[in-house]
Design a protein around this ligand. Structure first.
Ligand code: ADP
Ligand code: MG
Length: 363
């Protein structure tokens, strides 16, 4: 059975006049892998610092296991953090680094030895106890930092851009390892990253933050298939985001043409945006296609061709196709009703009209 271990209720954080978090609400269930995903400066570290107890929120309530913990100091929370720079002590060896927190808590020597060994085993560093930190590689230091956090047996482990300093290959390996470690330990992880691929690959649940607001929460598949707004659609994966008019339930006008879709429940003639993923577009002949485009670039990527093209109104289309075409060729593109994802439009209406205007005049 899942249960909630941590909740934010209407949490706001200000630094002077700067409102860095605006009305943050979420619930964290025990035993899952969460990722807090967002661009630099969006408020991710600020949220982690509130969870860890390094800062107090300006307003709102933070609960742990059903109790309000706004005023509980960091050292009394069952939360540990792995920082991006690891923050290891260079003058201590591996075992001493991991044992440090336990010594401060007054845990017995025997118990410390057992737990350090256990933690080293979990991060696959058996036998490295006496190594100086300075003799460890980047990937090994990363593991020591994780061992130092899990040796405290926290209920919640926070990892702030914990893999960002590693090179690509090691980083992908560590993603898989971290995921396995989380499953073995059964501890709740909140992993912070600005890398959407990393978030999609690792998480049970993703919370996407931008500008101090949670934009969307859900499983990786939910978020990829059903982005709630322009920001999410643009940030997650590659996408074509096109202004459109929702004529009626299941009928949307894109580029002056009507298309059947699977969305309903908007006002008639509501201004919307549609998201069509590049991999959902098929290239065909002009007479078989729903839209005609001219190919601008084509890049072979091994599994497919990454193609950019423009329509008659000069809007760009990104297409990922297993079929080759030719730069300069006029081709048709097709997509299925279920590949059209309709989003409500809340942004700048003038900007929307200008983008849509091009389409209307192009007729
Ligand atoms: P992220 O981790 O997503 O990159 P942060 O949470 O570190 O973003 O920061 C969010 C915003 O809050 C940034 O604009 C940052 O400059 C500001 N900020 C963070 N900490 C402080 C602070 N102690 N004082 C003033 N501004 C801060
Ligand atoms: Mg940060």
């Amino acid at each position: 059975m899942t249960h909630t271990i941590m909740e934010f209720h209407h949490v706001e954080q200000r630094f002077g006049d700067n409102v860095v978090l605006k009305d943050i609400n979420f619930a964290i269930e025990a035993g899952k892998f969460y990722t807090l995903l967002g661009p630099s400066g969006s408020g991710k570290t600020t949220i982690l610092r509130l969870i860890a107890g390094f800062d107090r929120p300006t307003s709102g309530e933070i609960d742990f296991a059903g109790q309000k913990i706004n005023d509980v100091p960091a050292n009394r929370r069952q939360v540990n953090t792995v920082f991006q720079d690891y923050a290891l002590f260079p003058h201590l060896n591996v075992a001493e680094n991991i044992a440090f927190g336990l010594q401060i808590k007054g845990v017995t020597k025997n118990e410390i030895t057992t737990r350090v060994r256990e933690a080293l085993h979990l991060v696959r560093l058996d036998g490295y106890d006496q190594r100086p930190i300075t003799a460890m590689s980047g990937g090994q230091r990363q593991r020591v930092a994780i061992a130092r956090a899990i040796v405290n047996r926290p209920q919640l482990l926070l990892l702030d851009e914990a893999l960002s300093a590693l090179d690509h290959k090691l980083r992908v390996e560590m993603q898989a390892e971290l995921r396995q470690l989380q499953r073995r330990l059964g501890i709740t992880f909140i992993f912070v990253t600005h890398d959407q691929e990393e978030a999609l690959a690792m998480s049970d649940q993703i919370m996407i933050i931008n500008d101090g607001i949670i934009q969307q929460s859900g499983t990786p598949v939910d978020i990829y298939d059903e982005p709630l707004n322009h920001f999410v659609a643009d940030f997650i994966g590659e996408s074509n985001i096109v202004p459109a008019i929702m004529k009626d339930d299941y009928l949307v006008t894109i580029n002056g043409q009507n298309f059947t879709c699977v969305d309903a429940g908007m006002r008639p003639n509501e201004k919307v945006e549609v998201v069509i993923r590049p991999e959902d577009l098929d290239i065909t002949t002009i007479d078989q296609g729903q839209l005609t485009v001219t190919v601008d670039t084509q890049l072979f990527r091994g599994v497919d061709y990454q193609i950019t093209a423009h329509d008659r109104d000069n809007h760009e289309w990104k297409i990922n196709s297993i079929h080759k075409t030719r730069v300069g060729a006029q081709v048709g593109i097709n997509f299925d009703p279920e590949d059209i994802h309709v989003m409500r439009y809340h942004e700048n209406e003038q900007e929307f009209d200008a983008r849509l205007g091009n389409y209307e005049e192009g007729k």
